[in-house]
Ligand binder design. Sequence first.
Ligand code: AGP
Length: 617
Amino acid sequence: MCGITGYIGYRDAYPIIINGLKRLEYRGYDSAGVMLYDGNSINLSKVKGKVSVLEERVQENNSGQSIIGIGHTRWATHGIPNDLNSHPHLSQSGNLAIVHNGIIENYASLRKELKDRGYTFRSDTDTEVLVNLIEEIKIQEGVKLGEAVQIALNQVIGAYAIVVFDSEKPDEMVVAKLGSPIAIGIGKDNDEFFVASDASPFIEYTKDAIYLEDGEMAIIKKGREVKIHKIQDDEEVDPNIQQLQLSLDQIEKGGYEHFMLKEIHEQPEAITDTIRGRLLPEQGIIKISGLENNMKRFLNAERIIIVACGTSWHAGLVAEYSFEEFARIPVEVEYASEFRYRDPVITEKDIVIAISQSGETADTLAAIKMAKSKGAFVFGVCNVVGSSIARINDSGVYTHAGPEIGVASTKAFTTQITVLTLMALRLARAKGTITSADFRLYLQEMELIPKKVAQLLQVDKHVKEIAQRYLLSTNCLYLGRGYNFPVALEGALKLKEISYIHAEGYPAAEMKHGPIALIDDRMPVIVIATNKGHYDKIVSNIQEIKSRSGKIIAIVTEGDITVKEMADHVIEIPETEEALSPLLTTIPLQLLSYYIAVMRGCNVDQPRNLAKSVTVE
Ligand code: AGP
């Protein structure tokens, strides 16, 4: 996690760095820091807290004279969040400064060695060990910064994206990557360079960027082309300069109070973008290029294993229902973190589908590597273009949700379900496991989903009233069956991560096997009771909750009568096929968590302890 930025050029570095850190704050926000070099000395400011706290601190001291600097927003791994553990870290001499995203696993032994050589440490971090190791190599071997960084990185075990600055060579910076992402923005005629964990901090300055690959390091120097080398053997690599597609309005709040609310409201457009060019109802076809190119492999697959984490794992569970119902392919859905450390039975006939919004989740990335090493074909479903997972897969599809900045995943989830459902239907067509009439019906229904989501977003006011009633709850139960069981899990995750209310999602029938003991008149139970699901069974479950005085908030299909009479509150969704209903039932649950969290005074875009990209295991 952690966000890093850097600038070297001719403009005032501070506003570029501080605004960049604000855009990267979704990656972590325990503490923040900036190092500015004014031509004579290094000025370091670092504080516990958010970037806004850092901004207040630096405002007083910034002379506007620095055209070089690096910054960091932290998600703590080694050492509690406090001023001393914040980045940047300086070397013992004070000449080198570093920002780091990742974990140095062998930091303890390196720290001991350095201590034996007289180094003292101000912080508890692995990063301070790394910067001192670089300094020690630079001094002992009499080499330049780039070489010292390279030698040091060959001694460390772990993951990193780093930027290192040396005040003895103040016209350059060294950038390196293994496991954590880093992008370099290139100014006109190489007169300035930007470095950041993603391209968002520099999109108003340049559209030309290089994403370093794992095991690469770059030396950036004003007025000179970027030089990239492999860390291990120094082999020179040709820089692959890409044109950024990102625009500024995509990463701004656009009048909404929070990114999460903006992203909830962007769903009609995001789903439209996801189906565009893939769902062609007039021609009666679905066309997904990553899938078409590997159709034979999919048709011969004996099994699909889906690996993912968090919300993406919930989307995988929905896909388990659709792939099995439509394409009749057995599916297993695995937490990437468990899968990677088991010794799973994987054969060349298996297809692994890895789902990730960020494309950087460490456990998902490791699960992919493991599956590939056992001969499986890995197909990625990612949102962030060019991300590590998107690059490492054998093939894949993008969800086209656009940047998702709120830590709580919303539009990423619905677009993942959209693309996975299209895949299931396309495979079913190719396998002949769906009739043409049903296939056409689903195409038409899917085309209507963005409009129905837009219609559903009008329930905003009604959901707010419900939120008001339950904002002081301490526990909450979410129940669903079939396609809407994963939605119940997702609804509970949304509530707990942004409002800090304890919530559990369950398959409705499982309630009797334990959770029913929790139900009393203070327990809100959110039940998804769509008309084409296992409606009668859900109605019985609702009766059981009612008999124990639970408060029922039901998500029902328009025109429902039975549940309406039993529930304390109902939220209606437009009619659709059950397999597509998660795309609708999710929306009120997102809004409910959002409003409860806002009413409880929580920071919905940056909930405590969380970060958007989980790049550590
Ligand atoms: C959910 O709201 C969270 N942001 C989290 O569970 C997330 O889905 C998970 O960390 C996986 O992230 P990814 O999709 O970027 O891999």
